[in-house]
Design a protein around this ligand. Structure first.
Ligand code: S3P
Length: 435
């Protein structure tokens, strides 16, 4: 049980560089593994999820050395991976699981993927069905893990996706890279494009057209190891941006944060809500990068619909929190995907914010929040439900109340941000920091 810091009288202040991007960290390991030569990664995210992917790749015969946030991958090429001796345990990592499904579907050996209780409840048919269009043979247990992948020669095809998911798209790209001709993948809505950018950086040919909805993959490229520095994770920086926006008198600056436009939904939403946000882009090859400063202000309510969701999918718990401080009624719809994350996030957001007296109602595909209702603590025992982003959102919510609150299963933050509480402490006055 962790004691959470309460509202600091003079707000949060300071400057932070958050750890490396989780999505990019997974992808760099995988692309490094199938490249020729060495890939050196700086500012890699050494959180549980990315370490699950790293361990799985080592079990597939890929030499990987890690010293702090620097990782060196010795590329084995498309044909140099070897069958793992045991099932590959991806822990809590949905991204690692879905991406590896795409990679392993085209290998010359069989693999089995397993995970923790949460991952074992998450839908996997969404990746197995479209991969089957390329000839993949994947067996699931009633749509869930364990996933048995029978490595095959894959065939070029055209796939129309049915869910807006970068994980599924990336699995398809990794499979299509091993197919016998060019493939096209059609998205329902544009989702994060880190895989496309990185494949190009490693020497492959992946093109996007039609407002980023059609991805064309040229097969069997010879990829070459790269040296790169991963930007700070927007999804981690988002906790402090939200804190700065909602805790009176705050001003926080996040440096070297990834500004890929498929990930910056929260910045636009904050601006639409009347937040004070300054963005200073930096020149950077590959992924956009920059500095973001957020200053506290009174926020307005917002309405979000399906097309707004992919660019803010991981920040929706924070959007709920922003809306809970706005001077009106916010309505978020088209976000049914939240039900398939590490927890059913519609249920966990509603259950936990209600403990703070927030006027929030669940919809089948989102929530309605009346920020005009004053907060009052109904239950001081908040719960992460084992979900890293719910735990961190609640730690930020606690900064709006003066009643001491506790968080159960606070260790869940290790999934994506092991130093979260230390970094938060840096922005708080020394006496506000509790054990
Ligand atoms: C991710 C994509 C998103 C996101 C997840 C990371 C990725 O999932 O929620 O945290 O790295 O591709 P979906 O693509 O399934 O929505």
């Amino acid at each position: 049980m962790k004691k959470l810091s309460t509202q600091p009288k003079n707000g949060l202040h300071g400057q932070l560089a958050v750890p490396g991007d989780k999505s990019i960290s997974h992808r760099v390991l995988i692309l490094g593994a199938v490249s020729h030569g060495t890939t050196t990664v700086h500012h890699f995210l050494t959180a549980a999820d990315c370490l699950s992917t790293l361990t799985a790749l080592r079990a597939l015969g890929v030499p990987i050395e890690q010293a702090g946030s620097t990782v060196q991958v010795t590329g084995r090429g498309w044909h140099g991976l070897t069958a793992a001796k045991q099932s590959l345990d991806l822990g809590n990592a949905g991204t690692g699981t879905r991406l590896l499904a795409g990679l392993l579907a085209g290998q010359s050996f069989d693999s089995t993927l397993i995970g923790d209780a949460s991952l074992s409840q998450r839908p996997m048919q969404r990746v197995a069905t479209p991969l089957a269009a390329l000839g993949a043979q994947i067996d699931l247990s009633a749509g869930h893990l364990p996933m048995r992948i029978h490595g095959q020669n894959l065939h070029a095809t055209h796939v129309q996706m049915t869910v807006a998911s970068a994980q599924v798209k990336s699995a398809l790209i990794l499979a299509a890279l091993q197919a016998d001709g060019p493939s096209t993948i059609m998205e329902t809505l544009p989702t994060r494009d880190h895989t496309e950018r990185l494949v190009r950086a490693f020497g492959g040919d992946v093109q996007t057209a039609g407002d980023q909805r059609t991805v064309t993959v040229q097969p069997r490229p010879q990829l070459h190891g790269q040296t790169l520095t991963i930007p700070g994770d927007m999804s981690s920086a988002a906790f402090f941006m939200t804190a700065a926006a909602i805790v009176p008198h705050s001003q926080v600056t996040l440096t070297d944060v990834g500004l890929n436009p498929t990930r910056t939904g929260l910045l636009q939403i904050l601006q639409r809500m009347g937040g004070q946000v300054t963005v200073t882009p930096q020149v950077n090859p590959g992924e956009p990068l920059g500095t973001v400063t957020v200053t506290a202000s009174q926020l307005r309510p917002i309405t979000l619909t399906a097309s707004d969701i992919p660019a803010v999918i991981d920040e929706l718990p924070l959007v709920a929190l922003l809306a809970a401080t706005a001077n009106g009624v916010s309505r978020i719809t088209g976000a049914e995907e939240l039900r398939y994350k590490e927890t059913d996030r519609i249920a966990t957001i509603v259950a936990e914010l209600r403990k703070l007296g927030v006027n929030i109602t669940a919809l089948s595909d989102g929530f309605v929040i009346d920020g005009r209702s004053p907060w009052h603590v109904v239950d001081s025992q908040l719960a992460s439900h084992g979900d890293h982003r719910i735990g961190m959102m609640l730690a930020i919510a606690a900064l709006r109340v003066s009643t001491p609150l506790q968080l159960t299963d606070a260790g869940a933050v290790d999934i994506s941000y092991p130093t979260f509480f230390d970094d938060l402490a840096q922005l708080l006055p020394a006496k506000a920091v509790l054990a």
